[in-house]
Design a protein around this ligand. Structure first.
Ligand SMILES: Nc1ncnc2c1ncn2[C@@H]1O[C@H](COP(=O)(O)OP(=O)(O)O)[C@@H](O)[C@H]1O
Ligand SMILES: [Mg+2]
Length: 244
């Protein structure tokens, strides 16, 4: 294994009855990398991610995340990672402040730390005027940015983002990616799924999953060179055509 790998996956497989949702995938993610986990709807991205965050047992194969085995040390995996699910993950009927306090508590932060984090987030996300409003009142893009920040409250080594920009307008998507960059710059490893191929361009490396298998894995630059095309969208189309 590469010394700097913070995620290491070997022959990971998940079956539901006869159906193979994740089919023998292997890859490594380096510390501090922005790793894009791409694939169409139903490709198996969420199923793979659930095994990596220690909430779903692999049918076979292994994975280690932040130095811990996902099958046998899932509690330690969870302590070291942040996770933002595909569905919006904050409580709509709590205020922004209450959400931060609640999740800070779950992540084991002290009252003092929660106060400091809240002040920081108010500043960074410009929440002064809305901090005591219900989360349900916020526009979706703002909610997503807040959910991202909340998933980072305990300063995890790795953050797993499952389609964080789904349904969000292009400008907010761009802003969301700026937050991702800033976090990666601080040394946090980013594992992000998306089915927007343009977002692949923002990743250090991407894997492309088709029907449970990883069919390509490299930097966007190398993938475009390999497939002799100008955009990741074309890479994806060419790849899909080759597999048919
Ligand atoms: N708990 C489950 N039981 C049966 N099939 C499942 C389950 N979870 C996911 N699947 C199936 O596995 C495939 C991959 O799903 P998923 O990982 O959610 O894909 P993606 O996140 O890439 O859209 C889909 O065909 C889905 O219906
Ligand atoms: Mg999914």
């Amino acid at each position: 294994m590469e010394q700097s790998a913070i995620i290491s996956v070997r022959n990971l497989t998940k079956t539901f009855g006869d159906f193979i949702a994740v089919n023998n995938i292997s890859f490594e993610v380096a510390k501090g990398e922005i790793f894009g986990f791409l694939g169409a709807n139903g490709a198996g991205k969420t199923t793979a991610m659930k095994m990596l965050i220690g909430i779903s047992k692999p049918s076979s194969g292994q994975a280690s995340v932040a130095g811990f085995d996902v099958s046998h040390e899932s509690e330690m995996v969870k302590k070291n990672i942040g996770y933002m699910s595909q569905k919006f993950s904050l409580y709509d009927d709590l205020t922004i402040k209450e959400n931060i306090t609640f999740f800070g508590g779950i992540y084991g932060l002290s009252r003092k730390q929660i106060k400091e984090k809240t002040a920081l987030l108010v500043q960074e996300l410009e929440l002064e005027e809305v901090i005591n409003q219900l989360v349900s009142a916020l526009p979706l893009g703002w909610k997503q940015k807040l959910a991202f920040s909340v998933a980072l409250l305990h300063e995890p080594k790795i953050i797993f983002l499952d389609e964080p920009t789904g349904g969000v307008d292009p400008i907010t998507r761009r802003q969301f990616w700026e937050m991702i960059y800033a976090q990666a710059h601080k040394g946090t490893t980013i594992f992000v799924t998306t089915h927007y191929m343009d977002e692949a361009e923002y990743c250090d490396r991407v894997s492309i999953m088709v029907e449970g298998k990883i069919e390509a894995l490299d930097s966007p630059k190398n993938l475009k060179k390999h497939f002799k095309v100008d955009s990741m969208n074309e890479v994806f189309l060419k790849l899909a055509r080759n597999i048919e």
